[in-house]
Design a protein around this ligand. Structure first.
Ligand code: NAD
Ligand code: IPM
Ligand code: MN
Length: 357
């Protein structure tokens, strides 16, 4: 039966990179490797401009009715002056919470061809394969109370609240442990249990949940140390599990180990098996409209979509192999360029992947 994909390009480089990912889907569709129907929708600044709302009801409904959502990126300077409730980022957060996409998988894998593209020494990153499991619908992103209030003195006070329930922690830990059982069986839970009660509880629940997974080696690390260890000796990690805000920051850091943030895909999954797939990077206003953005994170997100939501693992493997072959050919977008390689733009990179499929 045909699967439904909602395509939300969003803002900035979102439209450029999603166009390349859609090319890949179209080719697989044309040759019968997948059976999908694609529908476009509006989210973020584009949706605000068209409908006055970064997440129109129509988009959320279409997302709920889809098997998978492909998203580019949202945001940009144009919309920064808006009230926070109308900003593009609220559209993305509304999709995550509205669909219950609590499990965000961010694989940081170094393609060996890119060992020189990383700012770290090749021996530090070669063979890197980390899965970051980020909780995506809780934490300080969604906790109440939140806001800015004016005190009697006239001074303003801003506040956000870090919140997790035990069931939310247990649920994301199970996702991480299940993934680790199919890999190196090592999970590092990242918290700030030395300072924050919320994450002290996180650590207790992680330990309790791990009792159901006797084969898993569970370790714990404070987030500040984890950031340092990621650049010191990243290959010590197999699976990392952490909350929403720590996972946001650590995954950008891990992205650079793979050569560029333009290489890191992601899957955001709910309990029903629906997923939203997007690169971990943003709308990159500094390079938007220039045709130079790296589309590989988005193309690799399509591979995750085929694997996790569309039951098409062989096609996913073909996409990943095609990306590898294109890198073998020496084609590089500006962000992963190194000496002796041939620099190409967004569309040329997408076309090269399609040609290798
Ligand atoms: P960003 O990820 O957009 O950009 C950071 C840096 O990485 C920039 O120099 C950019 O040019 C570069 N970069 C990012 N993606 C790239 C790619 N595919 N190829 C080459 N270079 C790439 O982060 P930012 O500048 O902090 O944020 C810009 C906007 O994007 C903000 O409005 C932010 O809220 C939004 N944002 C959205 C998402 C999302 O939609 N998931 C994620 C992060 C940031
Ligand atoms: C990401 C982004 C988002 C986040 C923003 C744009 C809401 O940085 O997907 O990593 O903080 O989760
Ligand atoms: Mn982020």
């Amino acid at each position: 039966m045909s699967k439904k994909i909602l395509v939300l390009a969003g803002d900035g480089i979102g439209t450029e990179i999603v166009a390349e990912a859609v090319k890949v889907l179209n080719v697989l569709q044309a040759e019968g490797a997948i059976d999908v129907s694609m529908q476009d929708g509006l989210v973020g600044g584009a949706a605000y401009d068209a409908a006055g709302d970064p997440l129109p009801e129509e988009t959320l409904e279409a997302a709920r009715a889809s098997d998978a959502v492909l998203l580019g990126a949202v945001g940009g300077p144009k919309w920064e002056p808006l009230h926070i409730s109308k900003r593009p980022e609220k559209g993305l957060l509304g999709l995550r919470s509205g669909l219950g996409l609590f499990a965000n998988l961010r694989p940081a894998i170094l393609y060996p061809q890119l060992a020189d593209a990383s700012t770290l020494k090749p021996e530090v990153v070669s063979g890197l394969d980390i899965m970051i499991v980020r909780e995506l619908t809780g934490d300080i992103y969604f906790g109440q109370p939140r806001g800015v209030e004016t005190l009697p003195s006239g001074e303003r006070r801003g506040f956000n609240t870090m919140v997790y329930t035990e069931s939310e922690v247990e649920r994301i830990c199970r996702v991480a442990f299940d993934i680790a059982m199919k890999r190196g069986k090592k999970v590092c839970s990242v918290d700030k249990a030395n300072v924050l009660e919320c994450t002290e509880m996180w650590r207790e629940v992680a330990i309790q949940t791990a009792r159901d997974y006797p084969e898993i080696a569970l370790s714990h690390m404070y987030v500040d140390n984890a950031a340092m260890q990621l650049v010191r000796a990243p290959k010590q990690f197999d699976v990392m599990v952490t909350g929403n805000i720590f996972g946001d920051i650590l995954s950008d850091c891990a992205a650079m180990l793979t050569g560029s943030i333009g290489m890191l895909p992601s899957a955001s999954l709910n309990e029903k098996g629906q997923g939203m797939y997007e690169p971990i990077h943003g709308s990159a206003p500094d390079i938007a409209g220039k045709g130079v953005a790296n589309p590989l994170a988005t193309i690799l997100s399509v591979a995750m979509m085929l694997r996790y939501s569309l039951d098409a693992a062989p096609a996913a493997e073909r996409i990943e192999a095609a990306v590898s072959k294109v890198l073998d050919q020496g084609l590089r977008t500006a962000d992963i360029m190194s000496s002796g390689m041939r620099q190409v733009g967004t569309a040329e990179m997408g076309d090269a992947v399609v040609a290798e499929l």
